[in-house]
Design a protein around this ligand. Sequence first.
Ligand SMILES: Cc1cc2nc3c(=O)[nH]c(=O)nc-3n(C[C@H](O)[C@H](O)[C@H](O)COP(=O)(O)OP(=O)(O)OC[C@H]3O[C@@H](n4cnc5c(N)ncnc54)[C@H](O)[C@@H]3O)c2cc1C
Length: 445
Amino acid sequence: MKLREVVIGANASIFYRFDFSKIRGVYYPRTEAEAKEAIAEARLKGLVVTVKGGGSGLSGACTGGNDERIVLSTLRMRRILGVNESEGYVDVEPGVTPDEINEFLAPYGLRFYVAPSSRDVATVGGILNTDGGGNDTWVNGTMRDNTIRARMVLYDGRTIEVTRNGVRSEDAALEQELNRLHMTIDDIASSHGTLGFVTELRLHVRPVSEEEVIGGVAHFDDAAELGQAIGRLVDAKSPIRYGEAIVMAHPDIRGDLRPPLLIMQFPEDDLEAIRELVDVRVLTDSEVEKMKDIRIKLPKRNPVEGVQLALFEGYGLHDTSLERMQEVVAQIDDILVRHGYVPFAKYGHAPSKWYVGNNEPTYGMVMHSREIRPPEQSPKEVLATILEIVDACEELGVTPKPEHKWPYSDMAKKTRLSQLREVLGQGFNNFIFCDDCAEALAKMV
Ligand SMILES: Cc1cc2nc3c(=O)[nH]c(=O)nc-3n(C[C@H](O)[C@H](O)[C@H](O)COP(=O)(O)OP(=O)(O)OC[C@H]3O[C@@H](n4cnc5c(N)ncnc54)[C@H](O)[C@@H]3O)c2cc1C
């Protein structure tokens, strides 16, 4: 086994036990032409292609399951190709990160406003394929809202350019067929590398905001009150520029914070309007920064004993599930405890926005959950717990972000991707379409 194969296996999800013999090649193309060569070789050998960006995705999609496959890394495709200040866009290769783009844009007074917490490692190719966003998604939208165009190489080597309005290709018949199917950027968003290799993106950029904001915190007696407050902020389309809720956090990691609480930043002029909805206490800038720092480090700190694990990330609470947050949390915790886990932390962007599989925008809270893993837990038991949580979420009206939902139950997205793959080819990340996809992943826990 070569070291680079081990490196290529590394990813942030809980799925990392690989059969390395199934990885039949690892490629680091520097250009689209080199990527085409690698894809052609895979096709000649009848192998599946799995694209890997920063490996920070949490759903295991960049692993390729354990299919016989080649891995195509975007590690060396990270050039910024050009910026158009008057029209407000930047052209980039897929392996560049939001932080790198913003470092490049700083002298122009421009900014790319997609900021997942992983923005220092996640690549724009990966972020589009998971439709990521950060705690400003409420204001700035997800990756699909900020992508003007994506260029993609298909399994047979043809290329397409996809915008919000349709597809262009050097192959007129292909272009016509994809436009008949109304393919747009919405389809590549959260497609998890199943349609092709994105080789170039045109992204919206805007002038750096000069807006002054103030920060504050609101405390709640329980999660139901917190959920209802977030619901009021959503309904009022409140001008929250930064919003992070901490529902609960283990004493080992929460510092002097007392959840449930909501940390917010907003324009000073809106203080009174926000106070009508939430009982917010204004904080100094350094107090806000300290709270933000504790929140951002929650997923990075382990308890004094044991290790934390994200069994199932990205619970989307909205409408009634937001109002009933206490009940949602209690039911998830009940499942966790029955399976031997200790609930460790629940927190997330709020208010926030995400898209469900039929491309409908949804608003509420994207809640992350961390749990302390029992010492002995077989992959089968882990899978059983995850599937029980998925079922409970469906009953409770929680719609997980597509990022985390696809292996189990986002049938609308899977059906659409299958329809497009009939035309685009079926050589990318095929394991996602197998009936036993979840079980295949569970063996890798
Ligand atoms: C600490 C931490 C914090 C996080 N915070 C957030 C957050 O705030 N918001 C959020 O949305 N997510 C967050 N995530 C999740 C993760 O960062 C996102 O899913 C990210 O968008 C994935 O980007 P990546 O480059 O790492 O992609 P990878 O994990 O490498 O791949 C993800 C998927 O994209 C596909 N892919 C990658 N590049 C291409 C390409 N060029 N062409 C075609 N397919 C491609 C892969 O095949 C795979 O299916 C976080 C993760 C961690 C570890």
